[in-house]
Design a protein around this ligand. Sequence first.
Ligand code: F6R
Length: 622
Amino acid sequence: MCGIVGYTGRRQAAPILLDSLSRLEYRGYDSAGLAVRNGAALAEVVKATGKLYHLADKTDQGRALAGCCGIGHTRWATHGDPSIVNAHPHVSGNCSGSGSGAVESDVVGVHNGIIENYTELKEKLLRHGYVFYSDTDTEVAVKLVDYYYKKYKIGPVDAITRTMVRIRGSYALALMFKDYPDEIFAARKDSPLIIGAEDGEAYLASDVPAILKYTRQVYYIDNLQVARVSPGKALFYDLNGDEVEMPLTEITWDAEAAEKGGFEHFMLKEIHEQPGAVRDTLNSIVKDGWVDLSQTGLTEDAIRSIEQIVIVACGSAWHVGMAAQYVMEDLAGIPVRVELASEFRYRSIPISGGTLVIIISQSGETADSLAALRVAKERGAQTLAIVNVIGSTIAREADHVLYTLAGPEIAVATTKAYSAQLIASDVLAIHMARIREKMTAEEAERLLGELALIPEKISRILEEKERLQWFSSKMANTRDIFFIGRGLDYAISLEGSLKMKEISYIHSEAYAAGELKHGTISLVENNTLIIGVLTQKALYEKTVSNMMECKSRGGYLLGITTNGNFDLEDSVNFTVYIPKTDEHFMASLAVVPLQLLGYYTSVNRGLDVDKPRNLAKSVTVE
Ligand code: F6R
């Protein structure tokens, strides 16, 4: 998973490429590189390890590289260490060392994705005299293009399509050919890539925010297509090399939405954007007090014929699925199972035409979720994607799509997309319950009314954030944290624990509160922090008892509960109150203090909140 960019036009390319890359750093940030060419001159390649500013420093903010056509890359290592030699761009020529400087190469390229059969292709190329200097699969792809280009004396488009037929895996490729100054050739399969063209200039990027500052006129290059990009123009070709027409789409989002907007970190900004994300998502599917899912194409007949639901997702999106399971089963009476996408794709879970597989994904590009979607479709299930990124691969391939309107999410740890997914799944549960006559119109109206109040209640929790900031400063050196809860509170605990560990690097686990005593409680010792989530009335006493079991073994207790449960203060060391709502929707409120706890703990520990180590925003590899 990496970010790629390209520019060709009348301005100097390097500063534009660096600026665009800075908006893609969330896709990977272990190294970066540029290749820029000045008319017919050879491409100049510069690479740097670490975050993008190293590359910016090395190129004097891009001023050291002259030329109006170029490509750039920010990397998250998949094949080979994060190093200069493995950083992109890669070249077809037999250059020595790092592949930097003016390169005597016919093809120079950057890539996002994974070429699965690269070892076999590399052996073939070695037999033909190619020399490799990196460990990457990308270098193999670039050299294979070069091989076909020279062997058949065909143009770039045909050399690329021949390569595409030979390589297995996923890719978004941007390539420059020595014989074609001012042009960039691109190809994609299962990795995102967009092209902007306007007014004598053209841009390429893995994602819209990278080029929004420059253009709003965008082409979504299709799977297995090649694009020929020249100043102000893009032509598209299918695998046969035949030209195809692609529609130009106008992007309507605000560029400001992708900026920090005065907050110290994107994560804090995105936590504060949750009322808006939830409200916008609700407003797009609840109209005049009634659920309108016509945008998804999911008909009432299709909903009536559902026999089981399988929710498939990764990470936080899977946690949304865990919460949705309780709500959908309880309200709509449909059996729901929740599967990790990376497991689902390799299992033989019985699926029939009566199965609705719901894929939940912020990016719409997560490799495992995409593969699971394809498996579900092959097995004959109806598929519905709950996705945030419009035009993403999962959104395009699912039978039905329910978009969340969280806007671009930059912090690696998801917050507002999680909340938007949660509200979308709640509305879906109410809708299914109503269609299947498990709920009266009055009850549906009441529940939708409760959902409409969630944004304002989230804002109220945010107003109390200083208490959580204070508590986080006290616990910044804690070694282990257990998040516990029962029922829906367990699903919330899963997300609270992930938020904490992924950005604070403190070991934490989430447990169904009743399960602790079956082994895990042996880990509780003096000052182990136990965070109990207690929003479900029928389970409240039982979770309190489980917390007390921990306290008697030295545990330090934090309880999160609804306003009014003041007796909790008698049992635990620190209490956080949240507003009341219908119990089915408590996850939307209880998650907010947990996000803030994770956030402030990370800040207190002086960590890189928005870009935690070893993680990337969009996991487009298996
Ligand atoms: C954690 C987080 C990840 C994602 C997961 C799925 O904060 O953001 O666990 O939820 O990688 O990503 P999407 O939703 O893009 O499929």
